[in-house]
Design a protein around this ligand. Sequence first.
Ligand SMILES: Cc1cc2nc3c(=O)[nH]c(=O)nc-3n(C[C@H](O)[C@H](O)[C@H](O)COP(=O)(O)O)c2cc1C
Length: 363
Amino acid sequence: MPATPLWSRQLGLTHPIVQAPMAGGATTPELVSAVSASGALGTLAAALLGPSAIARQIADIRTRTDRPFGVNLFVLPSPFPDPEPAVVEQALSWLAPHYATFGLPLPDVHAPGWRWCEDFQAQLEAVAEAAPACVSFTFGIVDRATVARLQARGSLVLGTATTVAEAQAWEAAGADAVTAQGSEAGAHRGTFLQPAERSLIGTLPLVRACVQAVSIPVIAAGGIMDGAGIAAVQALGAQAAQMGTAFLVCDEARIPEPHRLALLAARGGTAATRITRAFSGREARGIVNTYMQAMQPLEARLPPYPILNALTGPLRKAAAEAGDAQYLSLWAGQGVPLARPLPAAQLIERLVAELQQTRERLA
Ligand SMILES: Cc1cc2nc3c(=O)[nH]c(=O)nc-3n(C[C@H](O)[C@H](O)[C@H](O)COP(=O)(O)O)c2cc1C
């Protein structure tokens, strides 16, 4: 099967498939290395990891495979400024009934060691030092000097775009490729230029418009679940398909059991997913549950990421431990009914066979 230029020439990959970074522990070194060893691109989600955990997990992947892989970060202000106390108090009062459901005290934001998020610059240093084959970003954009520094260390730089203007901004910053994230995509929106509600473009028109607007390679993301989906985005001009939800049910992915069960229950049906700010303060797509519905009237007033994300952390952890899917972020894309729980290598084998069959069918 002919590999696309970015993939074959610069990365030496066999298949035009990227396993999406998925923050929260899903992208274990086992998953990333299994994907990369199969000839696709595995990606470690490092957004919620501190610098030493980033270095450790990258080293772990390198003991498992010598194939290229990517590392992904959320672009956040560094240092992250403390929010107004009144904003935190208000959010905690809205969360109080949900914490009470689990008999949990509200989080103490004045406790020693409390932090709103990992420090972005410190994470970036750890990633730059490790120099993985790819470094990708979402939630924002980095400057030309940062892009050039990563490239000088041998990393390709990939940005996330949810609009054509964001793809153009990444091209102007010197990125090697851009991931066009359609509104079907699971979990957080990468939007950084326009309000989220004006950046909800489906994968088909977004990928097509980005391919026409930028000259760097475009990777398509959002709702791609099988080889036919990969062929579809290749027909639009994408050089590769980035898939999250499809890999989330792989044996090597680590997610809370209630999340996994909700994903599996959605198979073959029509799962109701929608975009919500209720868990983290940033728009993200997940399977609708009790907490999402209860918080819906407040959504527009909730504090932004990472403030709300930190404030709901203990609640989500308690829900996961209690096996309760109703208070957990059940991140999933619109393609979740098509998910197949398989070892990553077998999923890639199937994707590649389906891609070939689709090409033959269309020829
Ligand atoms: C559970 C989950 C976590 C995600 N975490 C990240 C992340 O840390 N960084 C990132 O750039 N994208 C993240 N994404 C978005 C993916 O990169 C990608 O855009 C999305 O999965 C594509 O849509 P799909 O889920 O329909 O395949 C996440 C997606 C999921 C499902």
